[in-house]
Design a binder for this molecule. Structure first.
Ligand code: BES
Ligand code: MN
Ligand code: ZN
Length: 502
């Protein structure tokens, strides 16, 4: 986490890396102008030499600048001021954090005299800090031989000349960033460290101090409830399954109807007896990305004391091949009473989620339920790593999810879904059970969603978000390094804030 402080004016003795803002056409802010003057026009000359004109998103680094004590100046282009919005500043914060995180312990950004933006200076400053915070996350837990110049150092950010009203917003966004960071941490940890029991322990330790009520079901309790579908997946592993439920109620009303979030938490997916090929199998440590996102969402919502009731439910199992593993062709009975012919043990996510759906709906009677799951490789074929795919029985809920995603750059694209009994739904009918867990090769993400829909109660507005691609990206973005993205946390925070908070 990057700690954020506020200052009225620039500290002349500070060695912190200094961010100054430049508008389209090389327009200095008052803060930038002052530094340029103190250095005898060095910044202006550097801009000329680098063809830097203040275009939105461009950053020019000037090392050991003349006339100031800063280690470096980062000239940050905001483009046309009237168009510079929260995202402009968030992305700049992210890019700058990536540049300086191994060189500087302190960063200062001077908003003095930055005028006529699309948002207030307070919003600009808070979102700049948010971008820094999000991008400054690192995972060095197991790198014991890092050289000093490879270590993450950036720990402090000073916002200069930003209105004091930026503070509450910055604090709220810091809670959200903590949720994103926690999701990334869980997702990046390997399968020998994060398995159902250790996932529960780590999440419990994180969310209980924030006021989240935690319930954990072990295998005995799950068996008693008839969770034969989820337990069938777990039976090949020496790591016992867990169902983890987190309840955040910020409404003050004990009986408030919650929004339900359900996450796929397959802590490692070998495919089971329908074993996956070896190459790239290590990626399946992030097959708990849905559960990790849901845990991160709870951290964000409880951390900022959202005035809503939200429950997060994670279905946690490890999918392994073993003498006791389930076989292709096995028929299992789910908690709902519906039977499933397991034609492919690698289509395990839907087998875990359906029992979680049934339990969640019986326990909490939600009217709105979202699930997040790294469910299908097919969604990566469709959308690559850029968008997550959304399947929903409600146009209204989809609309809310789409606009929330757009606002925070967690992008989503709607996918088709038939009604129960409709065209795509029929593709998972089985001759020997109520349904099979495998459709044809074509439309693999759709039949997976159809399967889940069979466990959604009538009257529940539901959306399934397939994050198999979005959870982990091979290339760095403005707000994340290559690897875990924390996708979904900011989207759900925004969704709750815009539509479910009183
Ligand atoms: N966890 C995988 C989906 C996945 C694949 C996520 C690649 C991220 C990257 C899921 O459990 C799975 O194996 N799905 C199968 C389903 C198939 C057997 C119907 C798939 O997508 O191949
Ligand atoms: Mn699988
Ligand atoms: Zn899986």
């Amino acid at each position: 986490m990057t700690s954020v402080t506020f200052a009225a004016s620039r500290d002349e003795k500070s060695a912190a890396a200094l961010v100054l803002f430049v508008g389209e056409g090389g327009q200095f802010t008052a803060g930038a102008e002052a530094v340029d003057k103190a250095g005898g026009g060095q910044l202006g000359r550097a801009m000329k030499a680098a063809n830097f004109t203040g275009k939105k998103g461009k950053v020019l680094e000037v090392l050991a600048p003349a006339g100031v004590s800063a280690s470096r100046v980062l000239l940050a282009g905001i483009g046309e001021g009237a168009k510079a919005d929260a995202r402009t500043f968030e992305d700049l914060g992210g890019e700058i954090a990536a540049k300086v995180q191994t060189t500087d312990a302190e960063l200062a950004a001077d908003f003095t005299g930055i005028a006529d933006l699309a948002v207030g200076t307070d919003v600009a400053a808070a979102h700049f800090a948010h971008g820094v915070d999000l991008r400054n996350w690192r995972f060095d837990t197991y790198r014991t031989k890092l050289k000093d110049e490879q270590k993450g150092k950036l720990a402090k950010l000073t916002l200069i000349g930003a209105a004091a009203s930026a503070k509450p917003l910055a604090e709220r966004l810091a809670a959200v960033a903590a949720g994103v960071a926690f999701a990334k941490e869980l997702i990046t940890e390997p399968g020998n460290i994060i398995y159902p029991e250790s996932f529960v322990a780590r999440v419990k330790a994180k969310v209980e101090p924030l006021g989240v009520k935690v319930t954990v079901l072990d295998e005995k309790e799950l068996a008693k409830l008839g969770a034969g579908s989820m337990l069938g997946v777990a039976q090949g592993s020496v790591r016992p399954a867990r169902l983890l439920a987190m309840d955040w109620n910020g409404t003050g009303d004990e009986k408030a109807v919650p929004v339900a979030l359900v996450g796929k938490g397959v802590t490692f997916d070998t495919g089971g007896i329908s074993l996956k090929p070896g190459a790239g199998m290590e990626d399946m440590k992030w097959d708990m990305g849905g559960a990790g996102a849901v845990a991160g969402m709870m951290v964000a919502l409880a951390g900022r004391k959202a005035k809503a009731r939200v429950v997060g439910v994670c279905g946690l199992v490890e999918n392994m091949p073993d003498g006791n593993a389930q076989r292709p062709g096995d028929i299992v009975t789910s908690m709902s009473g519906q039977t499933v012919e397991v034609l492919n043990t690698d289509a395990e996510g839907r087998l875990v989620l359906n029992d979680c759906f049934t339990w969640t709906q019986r326990q909490y009677k939600p009217k709105v339920m979202l699930d997040f799951a790294t469910l299908t490789g097919a969604i990566i074929i469709s959308l690559a790593h850029h968008y997550a795919g959304v399947f929903s029985n409600s146009d209204a809920l989809w609309g809310k999810i789409e606009s929330s995603g757009k606002a925070v750059n967690d992008l989503v694209w709607r996918q088709p879904l038939s009604e129960k009994g409709g065209h795509y739904d029929q593709l998972i009918d089985s001759p020997v059970a109520d349904m099979k867990n495998l459709g044809p090769r074509e439309g693999g993400s759709i039949t997976a969603a159809q399967f889940l829909q069979r466990f959604v109660d009538d009257g529940v507005e539901w959306a399934h978000v397939d994050i198999a691609g979005a959870v982990w990206r091979p290339k760095a973005g403005a707000l994340h390094d290559k690897g875990a993205t924390g996708f979904g946390v900011r989207l759900v925070d925004k969704l709750i804030s815009d539509h479910f908070e009183g």
